[in-house]
Structure formats: C-alpha cells, structure tokens
Design a protein. Structure first.
Length: 384
C-alpha cells in the first residue's frame, strides 16, 4: 500500500505540492482561531435556581420550596438529573441537562417550568432567581481596588466597584457575572429614637410606612398649552439625606407636621448585618473582584477585552485609586502553549541533528525539518 502511495505521489507531483500548501494554509488559520482553554469543559449544562425565605427552617424549605421546584422540573426535555440543597432560609436546586443541550435553551425551559410554580408560592418566600450561567472553571480574571492615598474607605471602594466597574465589564459581552468581595455596601440608615416616638405617640411602623410611601414619583398626565404638551409629574424620589429627614410622618393640630428628623437620625452607612466576609491585599483591607465568563466563550479574547477595559477604567477613577490585576487565566494558557512550542522546537532541532550525525546527509535532515511542521498542522486539523 505504501509503495502505491509513493508511486502515485511521484506521478502527480504538482497535485501533492498544491495539496500540501493548501493543507498548511488551512491548518495555520485553524490553529490561530482554535478555542484554547485552561481545561476542557468538564461540566454538563447546569441551571441553578436559588430561593430565599428568611427565618425558615431546613425542613420548611425542603417541603414548601425545594420539593415543588423539583417536581416542576420532572419531565423537562433533556433533563438528566435534579439535585437540591436546603438550609436555613435558603434553597438551591441544580438541574443538569444532556451534554448536547444548548445552555440558553435550557435556561428558557427552566424559566417556563418555574412559571407553573409561581401562582402557588407560599407567603414569605422571595421570588425565584436563576443564577448566571457559568462553569466551575469560569473565573478568568481577579482584580483588586487599591487606594494609594488612604482617602477612601472600604465603603467608598465597594461603591466604585458596584456602580462603575461592574457595569462597564458586563457591557463587554461574554461575561456571566462580576463578583465583588469585601468592603461595605452603601445604604441610607434611619436610627429611630424610641423616647421621641413615645412623645409624639408614633410607632416604628408609622415611620416605615411614611418612608416607603414618600419614595415614589407620580404622573398627572399632560397639559396642552399653546400647541404644546407639557408633562405633569410629582417628583418624590429620595436622593439625599435631607430628603429623608424632611419626610412627613404625620400631621397634628394646627397643621404642624412631624418629620423623620424629629424622631430619628439619618446618615449614610454600611449594612448593619453580621459581616460574613472581607477582602484584603497584602494585609490591607480592600475590595476584590472576580470576572466569570459564560460557557463556550474564548478565554483569550475575552481576557484581553476585560484587561483593556480595566486599564482604561483606571483613568476615570478618583486620583490614587488603582485597579491591580491579580490573576489572569489567559496568562496561564499562553505559558502552557509557549511550553509546547518550545518542546516542539527543541524536538525538531534534535531530530535534524541526529539525522545529520548518523546519516551524514544534510539534505535528508532539511527535508525532515520541513516535514515536521506539515505533519503537526495535519495533526491539529485531525484533532479539531
């Protein structure tokens, strides 16, 4: 058989040369565009549904929340396994699909099934949340916010990460989620003074209802005047601490209003709940961020876009605040590919040296050297 192949190749030299050149060009283009990742995707398409019910026991979460969701997922096309975990006030349901299932089609099917559960949902349970589509190896970049001047605290850094950096990164496309860790979440806090409430004969519920009702805009249609339509709006959205302080709780005799500042102190602070985590860099507390990619997205291209965006964002941040890249998965991939290139280069050189020394024929060594890249390109094409 090999004799026939060699004979045919010698008889059709031009065809062999043209085919070899065409395969080399095609292989080079395929090699440049081949999706290279740190590991193959080892996770089947999986959708995670999260539900919260504050204060509920694990038994209640399992019976009233987890079980109805699991039952709704039964019979969904291409579903191979449904797993769940119920803890205090939290339910997690994992729906795994067949390997060839499109992940976005799977999310659509899960969302449609959840609509069947929504009408019978018990009181006190928050709305269901389908977590972003990602994989266990999807964390491609980690960064840290560093304040070199010491003028910004953890709350200010977290506010920058949540309100500026996160939205700019999500606009790049191909990102499943941007996770910020550390710092303090900014919020407006109202500290009510109980003696003042008693003095004005008010309750804590009265203050809460007044704050909730005041933070709203209302529409009054439009007014036609001189061939123009002018919108009529009542602006009531709270924007500053002074707006909260001047909210009217009740009106007493002679039209005297009782304001929030009469019974409470308003300030900007962090969430008062028990802190369960923090972020630090070189022993200094700061805000850390992780970028999680969507399945099937080219890691190298997405990492380059995210890195360029983070570098450009540094110019828009306050003076002294820097974004430090701590981990880039693309660097690991490029180092691994460079190691393979070096190994192939050294192997080709050794083959030529061995042939030249043992055969004393540099022409044979040169032909072998040119045949090695062609065979590698053909191997890449076959593997892809």
């Amino acid at each position: 058989m090999w004799s026939k192949i060699i004979e045919l190749s010698l008889q059709h030299k031009l065809l062999v040369i043209v085919s070899a050149v065409a395969i080399t060009i095609l292989g080079g283009q395929t090699f440049q565009t081949a999706p290279i990742d740190v590991y193959p995707d080892i996770n089947p398409p999986r959708i995670t549904v999260l539900t919260e019910a504050h204060g509920w026991s694990p038994e209640e979460m399992e019976t009233l929340v987890t079980l109805p969701i699991e039952s709704a997922m039964n019979g969904t096309p291409d579903v191979e396994r449904v797993r769940s975990s119920s803890v205090i006030g939290l339910s997690l349901v994992f729906i795994e699909f067949a390997w060839n299932t499109d992940i976005f089609m799977a999310r659509q099917m899960v969302s449609e099934r959840l609509q069947l559960v929504a009408p019978n949902w018990p009181n006190g349970v928050d709305s269901l949340v389908i977590l972003p589509t990602s994989s266990l190896l999807g964390e491609i970049i980690e960064y840290a916010l560093v304040d070199e001047t010491g003028q910004f605290g953890p709350m200010e850094l977290r506010d920058l990460a949540d309100s500026i950096i996160r939205y700019q990164l999500q606009a790049q496309g191909g990102i499943a989620n941007v996770i910020n860790i550390g710092g303090y979440v900014k919020q407006y806090q109202v500290f009510v003074n109980p003696p003042d409430l008693t003095r004005f004969d008010l309750s804590l519920e009265d203050v809460a209802i007044a704050l909730e009702n005041s933070n709203d805009n209302s529409s009054g249609g439009f007014l036609i005047r001189q061939a123009k339509e002018m919108m009529i709006r009542g602006l009531g959205r709270i924007e500053t601490v002074a707006d909260i302080e001047n909210v009217v709780i009740d009106t007493r005799q002679h039209g005297r209003p009782i304001l929030v500042k009469d019974v409470a102190q308003v300030q900007i602070g962090s969430m008062p709940e028990i802190r369960r985590g923090a972020g630090s860099r070189n022993g200094t507390e700061t805000v850390l961020g992780k970028v999680v990619k969507q399945p099937g997205v080219n890691t190298l291209q997405l990492s380059d876009r995210v890195s360029a965006t983070l570098k450009s964002l540094t110019a828009s941040l306050p003076d002294g605040v820097q974004i430090k890249l701590e981990y880039i998965q693309a660097d690991l991939i490029r180092r691994a590919v460079d190691t393979v290139k070096v190994a192939l280069r050294d192997g080709a050189i050794l083959v030529v040296v061995v042939l030249a020394l043992f055969l004393f024929n540099f022409r044979t060594a040169f032909i072998t050297l040119t045949a090695i890249p062609l065979s590698l390109v053909m191997a890449v094409i076959v593997l892809i």
